[in-house]
Design a protein around this ligand. Structure first.
Ligand SMILES: [Zn+2]
Length: 236
């Protein structure tokens, strides 16, 4: 196995090269953004590099996909006793009879009060709305707290928008708008901070270039630890 590098525009792609008995070359991009190339034993280095150049834009696309990659969140049934994640912690959903239809969090539980507990179909919209409201409040707090630091590094940030995205925790549009997935509310605050700071850095450095990572490191020296935690926070 050997370490190699190719240039693609201003970007650098590092990859590990493994020689094997296979007949064709295979490129794998892993969620940690590492690239592993498995090549036939007799393939010339120049042929491997040529192939890598051809696939470079695909590799970058894959890495970008993994960057703030959102794993599939197991579907919830919204029934009493079920566990739900909020800011990295588990909470039990409990349904009670109440004077109004409302959700309140207390003592490690998400309590859903229903005027008529028979109307179980009310639970899902109530809980979903509650999570949405919480995400607006929590994301706002975190955004405001990290944006001051970003400003000091020359990043001009406007605002963010909460938008459901299929496979991303966060995103930065070409127009410089930061999008945050409402499901990010299940993650610990340190991870929400990471996603916001990551996207803020894209306002200055659109690609995942070495300059992007230098900026990210300056703003958040322990970002790798936070990303790891984020990747592991979605479990059944
Ligand atoms: Zn990114």
């Amino acid at each position: 196995m050997s370490s190699n590098t190719i240039k693609y525009g201003r970007k650098t792609i590092d990859f590990r090269l493994i020689r094997s008995n296979r007949k064709t070359l295979a490129i794998d991009v892993h969620p940690d953004l590492s690239v592993v190339v498995t090549a036939p034993k007799d393939a010339a280095d120049s042929a491997v590099r040529e192939k890598m150049q051809k696939r470079a834009s695909w590799i970058i696309k894959q890495q970008r996909f993994f960057e703030n990659y959102l794993p599939t969140i197991p579907p919830r049934r919204y029934v009493s006793g079920e566990s739900h994640r909020y800011l990295g912690r588990q909470y039990r959903l409990r349904v009670h009879k109440g004077n109004e239809d409302v959700v309140k969090m207390a003592r490690g539980q998400i309590n859903v009060y229903l005027k008529n507990p028979k109307y179980k179909s009310r639970i899902k919209p109530l809980v979903t709305d509650w999570f949405r409201q919480r995400s607006e409040i929590v994301f706002r707090e975190i955004f405001d707290s990290v944006v001051a630091k970003a400003n000091r590094h020359g990043i001009e940030a406007n605002d963010f928008e909460i938008r459901r995205m299929k496979n991303r925790w966060g995103s930065c549009t070409n127009e410089g708008r930061i999008l945050l997935n409402p499901d990010l509310i299940i993650a610990p605050k340190m991870c929400i901070e990471y996603v916001i700071v990551h996207e803020l850095c894209h306002l200055q450095e659109y690609n995942h270039s070495p300059r992007f990572y230098r900026l990210l490191k300056k703003l958040m020296p322990d970002w790798e630890k936070r990303r790891e935690r984020l990747n592991s926070c979605v479990v059944e």
